[in-house]
Every structure is written in C-alpha cells, then in structure tokens.
Design a protein around this ligand. Structure first.
Ligand code: RUQ
Ligand code: CUA
Length: 765
C-alpha cells in the first residue's frame, strides 16, 4: 500500500504538479504546500489521482442513475463523478423542451392513465439493453414505481421515446430488468390489487380478489419500442412481488422474482390492528418466484392467456398445470435477487436476516425434474424446499440488500443497509473477503456492468439513502450521496462523495463509455420522438406561413443567427402551430425557441424538427427568440408574434421608415465585406490544402459554411440593385447581411481549421 501511495505522489510530481523553485518571486505552490494548506493526506491524494479526469479528457464509464422522485434519469461519468445530463422521462424537463413542445408532449401523453395526466414519476431501476447478456449500449429502460409505467430511452440521442402503462397493476417496483438478448423487459407488481381496471374489491377479500404478477414486455429492437400486443403477464398470488432478474447462460429462459409480505397482511392500524410492518414480517420466509418465461411466451402464442384490460395474462392454474411457475422459500423480508454472471447461482438477501442465500439453478432444476416439492402454496403453486435449492448461505452482516458482481471469478459485493457497509465476498466458497464502511445506510450498489454476464470490476458506487453530515448543509432536505469505491485491489478504497441534488436515485447502471455511440446530429427534418421524418420540416428557402380559418401553421427554420419567419401575425383566438427545423450540421449548434408568456419551449438540435403549439388567446405583442447562446448574434435571433385584436386594420404601409444610411455607410460596408472575404479565402485555402474530407465533423462544418456563403449571392444582388437606385438604406443593410453570412461562414471555417490542426490533418498536394 505504502509503495503504491508513493508511486501516485511521484506520478503527480513527475507531471509537474509540485516542486516549484523556492524563493522565486512568482513561485507556484508545491504539492506539499497544497497538501498542508488543504489538510490533505497521502490517502486523499491517491484518491484524487484515481478520480481526477484532466481537462479535456473523458470518463471511462457512463452511469445511468434513476432520478427517484424527480421522474428523470441522471447521467454521470466514472471515475470523475461529473454530471453529464438529466434525461426527462416521466416529468417535464424544460431545457430539453420535454413537455413544452408538441412532439415530446405526445410521449408524456402515452403515460396518461385512464385519460389522467400524470407528470411525475418515481423512477427506480434502469436497465441497459443487452446482447448475449452483455450491455450493448443501445437502449435504456426505466420504471415508474408510483404509477406502473415503463419508459424507453434511445441511447443514440439520450431521448425518451416511449412510455407504456402496465395494463393490470396499480404500482410496480421491480422494473426494468432485461432478458439476455432484450427479448423482454421484466416488470413485477409491488402492491397487489384487483387486476381488472377500476374494479373495487374490499380488503377483506384480499386473498381471493387481489393479485400480483410479473409482466414481460416484448421489445422490438428494430423499432426501438416495446410492443404491448406481444407482451404478457403471469397472474401471481398477492405476495408483493419485488425485484426480478433474468437467468443467463444455463439459466437463460428463466426469470426470478422475489417477494415480501407473503403473509398477505392488509394492515389496519386505525382499526386497532397491528401495523403492516409487523404483519408483513411475521413469517420466517417469503417466496422466490421461479418462472420459465420462454415457455410462458409459447403458451401465450398458443392462446392459453386470457385478456384482462386487453392484455395477455396467463392465469395461475395454467402456469401451474404447464409447469412454468415454482416457488422457493427465501428468508425474512427478502430484497434483491441477482443472478451471477455465469448464470449458475441466484443470490437473495434477507433485509431482516444477516445472511445472503445463494440458490443453485442446477438444484432448482433437479427438484423440478424430479417433481420434488415440499408443499404447495395456498394457490396450488409447487414449493421447492429451501434446502433442495440452496447452494450456500453466507453470513454477511445486518440488512443485506443488493448484490453486484466483479470481473474476478466468484467475487460479489453486497450492500448492508443497517451496518452501512459494502461487503466483498466469494459466492462459490461462501466466505467474506473484505468490508468497507459507507455513509450512510446504503441501498443499492453498482459495479461496472456488474449485473451483466461480463462485469468490468474496477469501480463500485454505493447509493446511500442518507447523507447527514457529508456536505455543506443546504437545509433540511439533503442531497443524496453516491460514493465511489475502488475495487481493483484486495482491499476496497473509498474515493469520492458525490452529492446528487435531484431525487433519491434508487439504482444505477454503468457501461463502458466506448460502447455508447450517440449521434451528434439528426437527419434533416427528423422528429426525434418518433425517429421518423417530421411532416412540418422545410429546407432553406421553403419557409412559409399558412392560415386556414383560425389555424395558423408556420413552417420555419433556424440557422445562425435567424429564425425564419421573423414575424408571425395572428388574430386573437387563432391556434398557432410552429414547426421549426434546425438547418445546422455543425456539432452542438442547438437553437432553442420560446414565445413570451405562452409556456412553450423547444430545444432544436442540428437537423431536428420540433413543433410548438399554442392558442394566441390575448391580443398583444409577444417576442420570440432563440434560447441557446448559439453565436455572437444570438441575441438578435429574435422575432415577434403579433396578436391583433378583432377587426384591426393597418394605417401605415410597410417600409415607410425614414432613410438613416448614406452612400458613405454603404461604401464602408463594402470595404468590410472585402476584408472579411480575404480572411475566408485564407481559411478555405488551408482547409482545402489538407485531407479535411477524412473528418466527418469538419465536412459537416464546411457544408454549413457553404450554405451560409451560398446565401450571399442573393443579398449581394439586392444591395447592388438598391445602390443603383441610390436607396442607401436598403443597400447598406443588404450589404450588412452579406457580411453576416460571411461572419458565420468564417466562424465555422475557423472552428474547422482548429479542429483539423488539433486532430492531425495531413497536407494533400
Ligand atoms: S429497491 S434499496 Cu427500490 Cu431497488 Cu432496493
Ligand atoms: Cu440560435 Cu441563439
């Protein structure tokens, strides 16, 4: 350990961090000076060296964390723990225009339940799509516990594409978990309820009329959407099904869902009955549900399901008769069920037990084959004896919850809620290897790709439920605390505390950054929420405004630095639809759009077409503008919505302003244009002298610049004609416009030049 610390320090020193010449008037602080001043230990420096990502460098892993009560997803990098993005999922997200433009509203509308708008969600368990059990970086799924919903995020653009409502549940905790080729996304019910919609049943008939279940949402990878018609559920007893995991390798085709409160207690503290927590933990064991989902899918295809609320549900009798549903007792209020990377074992924690139970898939199968069951549950489901299914029980500590796996064989990590610790242990041999304290009360934990068949080890994040005194106080509501732990050595080392100020993140998944291949622009005219061509898209020069009755439709464009059109005229009461296409191709040239007081906002990334809709319900003058600082003349990227009162008539003719520019002004403009052209010619000379075509980003910038330059011809003709008529106003302004196009072209050209120089462009002859 000592030598490693020394190594890290000398590494920092070698990088020129410390040892400035002493005595010099402008001597820099040495590393030792900083350590002393900031009261840092060698251990701190080591942690800093392990997490610091130098400016301009990127993280190795990308984390998708549930945003809990914020209804969003939080994206951050490891090891730096820098937040990269919030993705609006079940909740409007203003920056992205999510819920403020018509296209994303249509996604949020899919999440309506019985026509009721629900704009909040309690996101819990994200899952990355898998191919052969490995994270493939294509899609992300996340559930809403409060309102039983599931969302699909496409990782090509990190946007929410679809929300589905579970047709038979009233809540769900245990989603999303994917099968090894993302054939299905598994979602289990939490609090049992009558499955038929809007059906009231008294709690006295809980055992007979209330039901749980597990749903298998069919994923259509080509469409990138869940397919409700091909999806199905298993009706299950009212046992508070909790989390699930899909089998892999030898256990592929099966899935496992734990449960609690198999006592089926219904509470009633206000009637003098003991509370839920007592009634729901009275028994020593609850049940692990073992389901053959492959066979279940075949049974559904063979017409063995019945329809409830239009959804395929396999009744319990069918699942029992066909031998696809079994139970195994699991100790004391279980939580978490995690299949090992090799698919041979299933670990289940007991919140009120000190053990983790490791079940053997082979033993479970042997019992099923032999028809060896210890009993049946009250609904007739065969129960496999715990002893017949167990591989080992390992004493880990108080309040074990969730387990993740290491790249090293047989090594697992389990969170201990009560002990506030992470325990590293060997599940093959059933022995504890190391423990580390975290702060405080850890819920989930996450290792890099740690629930796939191919975990990457290296880092682990403790998702703690309490922060208490870890950060500068910000009031009674504390941020959450994600703690980064180095697991690459025998002993775990705590590296970093990251406050997360956006809801309680329940679970997170981390993927190698290199597996993510998001785009930087859309094909021009794409509706990003449907991935289809947007019917409202137009190209440069095709912009128009149509009025039919009281409906105004604007087909507009955005490009540095103007919004076309620059005025929208409406009569009070008109319904206004504005389609906007961002014509830019350059990376990161997003334009935003809003209209004063109409509560609309669009984020229009390069190539995207977005629609905002509103009713011009009050006469008046409403500026609209671009909300992203997109160029030096961003503030001028503006326009007016003019809402005229009924029967209003113009009294002045357009263009009747007085002349303000002279011939001299015009000549000055011409000089400016000529000078700028010289700069452009130089830049173009450089770009075309190197192999710029080998750099797609540069090609896009050059295309954008060419677009700008092509517009000059028209403006030039206009200023020359005006000059002929000695209309110096028009002549000067159109010459200015020529210059505007030049500036934008030059800006792009210079960026392209810098890019080429920094990325090793080579001379071509
Ligand atoms: S559960 S702290 Cu909501 Cu994932 Cu276990
Ligand atoms: Cu476009 Cu600011």
């Amino acid at each position: 350990m000592k030598t490693r610390m020394k190594q890290a320090v000398s590494m920092l020193l070698a990088a020129g961090v410390g040892f400035a010449a002493s005595g010099a008037a402008y001597s820099a602080e040495s590393l030792q000076d900083v350590m002393k001043r900031r009261n840092l230990s060698q251990q701190d420096l080591l942690a800093a060296a392990k997490t610091y990502v130098p400016t301009g460098k990127r993280d190795e892993f990308v984390v998708f964390s549930s945003g809990g009560q914020s209804g969003q997803v939080i994206v951050y990098g490891i090891p730096s723990m820098r937040i990269l993005k919030y993705i609006g999922v079940f909740t409007p997200e203003p920056w992205q225009g999510y819920g403020f433009d018509a296209n994303s509203k249509a996604v949020l509308d899919q999440g309506k339940i019985d026509g009721k708008e629900i704009t909040w969600g309690d996101t819990h368990h994200p899952a990355i799509s898998e191919t052969d059990g490995k994270y493939d970086g294509q899609f992300l799924f996340i559930n809403d516990k409060a309102n039983p919903r599931l969302a699909v995020i496409d990782l090509r653009d990190f946007e929410t594409k679809q929300i589905v409502v579970n047709p038979i549940y009233k809540s769900e905790h245990g989603g999303a978990f994917v099968t090894p080729n993302t054939e299905y996304v598994i979602e289990a019910a939490q609090y049992a309820s009558p499955l038929a919609n809007k059906k009231f049943e008294p709690l006295e008939e809980f055992n007979e009329k209330y039901r749980g279940g597990v749903t298998y949402w069919k994923f259509d990878r080509k469409e990138g959407r869940l397919d409700p018609k091909q999806s199905f559920s298993l009706e299950l007893p009212p046992y508070s099904q909790d989390l699930s995991d899909a089998g892999k390798g030898p256990s592929n085709g099966w899935s496992f869902t734990n449960s609690f409160c198999t006592e089926r207690y219904v509470g009633g503290i206000e009637k003098g009955r003991p509370p839920y927590e007592a009634g729901c933990s009275a028994k020593d064991t609850d049940y692990l549900h073992v389901v053959n989902w492959k066979k279940a899918a075949e049974l559904v295809a063979a017409g063995k399901a019945k329809k409830i609320n239009g959804h395929n549900v396999l009744p319990m009798e069918v699942s029992i008769k066909e031998g696809i549903l079994f139970l195994v007792p699991e100790p004391k209020s279980p939580h978490g069920v995690d299949v090992t990377p090799d698919g041979k074992f299933i670990t289940v924690s007991g919140k009120l037990d000190t053990h983790v139970s490791v079940y053997s898939f082979e033993k479970i199968q042997a019992a099923i084959q032999a028809g060896k069951f210890e009993s049946k549950d009250p609904y007739g489901i065969p129960v496999i004896g715990m002893k017949d299914a167990l591989h080992a029980q390992v004493q880990l500590g108080l309040g074990p919850l969730h387990t993740q796996y290491d790249a090293k064989q047989c090594v697992a990590y389990t969170s201990l809620y009560v002990d506030s610790q992470v325990v590293k242990w060997n599940y093959c041999e059933g022995k504890v290897l190391d423990k580390i304290s975290v702060h405080y009360n850890i819920g989930h934990l996450m290792a890099m790709e740690g629930d796939s068949v191919d975990p990457k080890g290296r880092y682990l994040v403790a998702l703690n439920k309490l922060a208490i005194d870890r950060f500068v106080p910000v009031g009674p509501l504390h941020p959450q605390n994600h703690q980064l732990i180095d697991i690459s050595n025998d002993k775990m080392q705590l590296l970093y505390d990251m406050p997360l100020p956006l809801g309680e993140p329940h679970y997170a998944v981390a993927i190698e950054a290199s597996k993510l291949k998001p785009g930087v622009r859309y094909k021009v005219g794409t509706d990003s929420r449907t991935d289809k061509p947007h019917p409202g898209m137009v190209r440069a020069g095709e912009e128009r405004t149509e009025k039919k009755g009281n409906k105004i439709t604007v087909y507009g464009t955005l490009i540095r630095s103007h919004i076309t059109p620059e005025t929208i005229e409406a009569d009070v009461g008109d319904e206004v639809t504005v389609h906007l296409t961002n014509l830019e191709r350059a990376q990161d040239e997003t334009h935003g759009f809003t209209v004063s007081t109409y509560n609309v906002h669009a984020s229009v990334e390069p190539g995207k077409t977005v629609t905002v809709k509103f009713k011009a319900d009050k006469e008046g003058v409403y500026p609209y503008y671009c909300t992203e600082f997109c160029s030096a003349l961003h503030l001028e990227m503006q326009g007016y919505l003019l809402v005229k009162p009924k029967g209003w008539k113009p009294t002045k003719t357009a263009g009747a302003e007085k002349a303000v520019y002279s011939e001299d002004d015009y000549k000055k403009q011409l000089k400016k244009v000529a000078d700028t052209q010289a700069v452009i010619d130089q830049v173009v000379g450089y770009i075309t002298s190197v192999n710029f075509k080998d750099f797609p980003d540069v090609v896009a910038m050059v295309d954008d610049a060419t677009d700008q330059l092509n517009k000059i011809k028209d403006a030039k003709q206009k200023h020359e004609e005006a000059a002929k008529k000695k209309d110096w106003n028009q002549a000067t302004l159109w010459a200015e416009q020529v210059w505007q196009y030049q500036v934008k072209a030059a800006d792009l050209g210079l960026r392209a030049k810098t890019y080429l120089e920094q990325n090793g462009a080579k001379k071509v002859k």
